[in-house]
Design a binder for this molecule. Structure first.
Ligand code: GAL
Ligand code: ZN
Length: 669
């Protein structure tokens, strides 16, 4: 467990560095991430390198016992580079180059970016690999799939399609270009999806997104390979930006040692929607799922957010500490706060750090110091612990992209719907691993695979194997709709999943914002929206029927015994409370323990190892909350006090970290 800050020595007078480093050490900071935007200072003109300032900055930090993570500066090509080699700049879908002098203004397929990117990375890694204060590397910054239409991308996209489809005939057939006379007769006619028309072919659009995602993953691999060559034995990570995104993070991180995330929870929680309140937990669970292990937070909220848009609320008292502990509770092994000092210059003057513009430590700084001291105290306890769960949720960038291209109904949103199920589990205190839908999930008691819109025989077979062996699987509406080329499948929905679900979709209605009611067989009334599948059970039993409209009394949710396992099919998008009622029932059917009924905005998570089980209880809201705990022997890791009662009251932004005494390995599983 380590604590750090993001620091930009190149923005501050050198006379401040010593004092900053001293103050960092006093605050318990042992890591600084730096240099990720400093290309123009490291290479002020083509081939002219200047490292003296960075040597000095790292030296000052190291003298105070602070290690550094160096970011490669490729997110900010300097002006000389874009001016002399304009192919570095991405081109939008109307043919206009993105302007220089900002950031992220670079095309991953640009030959000049590769050439000069390679050279600066070689230079930095060769220089700093031997430095013991440099413990690892961050590639670039928040890599995202470009929507680039430059000549290099057009050529690479053509090559990508040739490799995928082999011939133009196959491409024409698989994309269905016969519609609206879109057939190609020569490869030179194939371009990126220019013009930004809403009427473009969805197969074309999805492949372009895949191509763009592959390009950024490849750019990350290119960087990782250079770093590893010159700096063997030091870690390579990347700081991902929160979801939704178009790049496939599972690919983008295959070259990384572990994932890092930039975590900026919303500060305006007061009048916030509940789903936004639970967005952070999902982001952290997704991040842990990227490499299926603990991760770092490379940028953690430290102050008032804002810059080119109006500032949001300042983190309320307790928020900085509580959300840092939330990150730890979901698997973070290092918390690096963004940023040390608030910038006095440049585009991000009002994205506040731990210190305000005046530099005098205040409330937020003190709160961070409290967290930092606690983290230091708890580090030995947390060592070797991680999260282990009975439940997996299968996440898919492919589905998310396909739904972004064709939103199915008014309000239909892949990530939002995914989040509602995840939040229902959170409210019951049931932890889940959120993993790649292509990863192995055979060992879980319960697997939730929402909205498998694009499907192939492989995933259908893997799901069947899981259920045959006794697993409980949850499928939902908009599953089995298309093949992977984004073409509708010919049979009744859910197509390749029909036998497994024991049910087919007779008719559907994209009800959008019209609210529907359902009757659950246990007597509860549920509400839903967005979409209604009218189901015909074959081998499945109906557990909920619609109670409204022309499809009243028709089947809406089913349960099918299959092999040694069970498959639920949820034919509509349940609202929040309804989702909680159903998930509680399914979890208990699957033998998953649901020990909590948590108040809004309270989260629990368990980190464990062979030796210990540590329960985090977090009140992430501005109001006090009472939490009922399962009866165990707890000792507070923060206060070392034994917990007398099975109920605790946590003030706004308060945290309790409880070691469960006598917890056996069996109760961990
Ligand atoms: C992040 C980015 C940082 C900084 C921060 C605050 O997304 O990585 O460099 O810009 O947001 O705006
Ligand atoms: Zn390009």
């Amino acid at each position: 467990m380590k604590v750090g800050v993001d620091y930009y020595p190149e923005h501050w007078d050198v006379s401040l560095w010593e004092q900053d480093a001293w103050q960092m050490r006093e605050a318990g900071i042992t890591i600084v991430r730096l240099a990720e935007f400093a290309w123009s200072r490291l290479e002020p003109a083509e081939g002219k390198f200047e490292f003296a300032w960075l040597d000095q900055a790292i030296g000052v930090l190291a003298r105070h016992g602070i290690n550094v993570v160096i970011g490669t500066p490729t997110a900010t090509p300097p002006v000389w580079l874009t001016h002399d080699y304009p192919d570095v700049l991405p081109v939008d879908n109307k043919g206009n180059a993105i302007f220089a002098g900002v950031r992220l203004h670079r095309c991953y397929n640009s030959p000049s970016l590769r050439k000069f990117g390679e050279r600066i990375i070689e230079q930095i890694t060769q220089r700093y690999a031997p430095n013991p204060a440099v413990i690892g590397w961050q590639t670039d910054n928040e890599l995202a799939a470009n929507d680039c239409h430059c000549e290099s991308c057009t050529r690479s996209f053509r090559g990508w399609l040739q490799r995928k489809y082999g011939s133009l005939e196959t491409l024409n057939r698989e994309w269905g270009t016969v519609v609206w006379s879109g057939e190609y007769s020569d490869w030179d006619q194939v371009t990126t999806p220019r013009g930004g028309s809403p009427y473009l072919n969805p197969s074309f659009l999805l492949d372009f997104r895949r191509f763009s995602s592959d390009a950024v993953a490849d750019f990350n691999r290119f960087q990782a390979a250079l770093i590893r060559k010159n700096s063997p034995g030091k870690f390579v990570t990347h700081n991902l930006w929160g979801y939704p995104v178009t790049a496939d993070y599972y690919d983008m991180f295959d070259s990384m040692d572990f994932a890092s995330v930039d975590y900026y929870p919303a500060t305006d929680l007061l009048d916030d929607s509940k789903s936004r309140m639970y967005h952070g937990a999902l982001t952290l669970d997704l991040t842990r799922g990227v490499k299926r292990k603990n991760f770092w937070v490379m940028e953690q909220l430290s102050g008032t957010p804002g810059c080119w848009y109006p500032m949001s609320r300042t983190p309320f008292p307790g928020m900085i500490r509580a959300y840092a502990w939330q990150s730890v509770s979901r698997g973070a092994d290092a918390i690096v706060q963004f940023r040390w000092r608030s910038a006095r210059i440049g585009a991000e003057q009002f994205w506040h750090g731990l210190l305000d513009h005046h530099g005098v430590p205040g409330r937020r700084f003190e709160e961070f110091v409290q967290f930092s001291q606690e983290a230091q105290k708890l580090a030995p306890l947390l060592e070797g612990t991680t999260l282990k769960h009975d439940v997996a949720m299968l996440f898919s960038h492919e589905q998310m992209n396909a739904f972004q291209i064709q939103p199915q109904a008014d309000g239909f949103d892949y990530l939002g719907n995914f989040k509602r199920v995840h939040s229902a589990l959170l409210k019951m205190g049931v932890g889940a691993d959120v993993i790649n839908w292509r990863d192995d999930f055979q060992g879980y008691k319960l697997v939730i695979a929402p909205m498998l819109y694009l499907i192939d025989g492989t995933i259908a077979a893997t799901l069947k194997q899981y259920v045959d062996n006794g697993g409980t699987l949850v499928l939902t509406t908009r599953s089995g709709v298309k093949n992977l080329n984004n073409v509708c499948l010919p049979d009744r929905l859910p197509n390749l999943l029909t036998d497994l679900a024991g049910v087919y979709v007779d008719e559907y209605d994209p009800v959008g914002k019209d609210i529907q009611t359902l009757n659950l067989d246990s007597g509860e009334e549920l509400s839903s929206g967005q979409w209604c599948d009218i189901l015909t059970p074959v081998t499945a039993e109906t557990i909920a029927t619609y109670a409204s409209e022309y499809f009243a009394n028709e089947s809406a949710i089913t349960r099918n015994a299959h092999g040694k396992g069970v498959v639920y099919y949820v034919g509509t998008v349940l609202h929040e409370t309804a989702s909680q009622i159903l998930m509680r029932r399914i979890a208990s059917d699957a033998g998953v323990e649901c020990e909590f009924e948590l108040p809004d905005g309270v989260e629990v998570a368990v980190r464990s190892s062979e030796e210990r089980r540590i329960l985090f209880v977090l009140n992430l809201t501005r109001e006090p909350k009472e939490i009922l705990l399962p009866v165990r022997d707890y000792v507070s890791a923060l206060s070392d006090r034994r917990l007398p009662a099975s109920s605790i009251i946590l003030g706004p932004g308060s945290v309790e970290i409880l070691v469960e005494e006598n917890a056996t390995a069996a109760s961990v599983a």
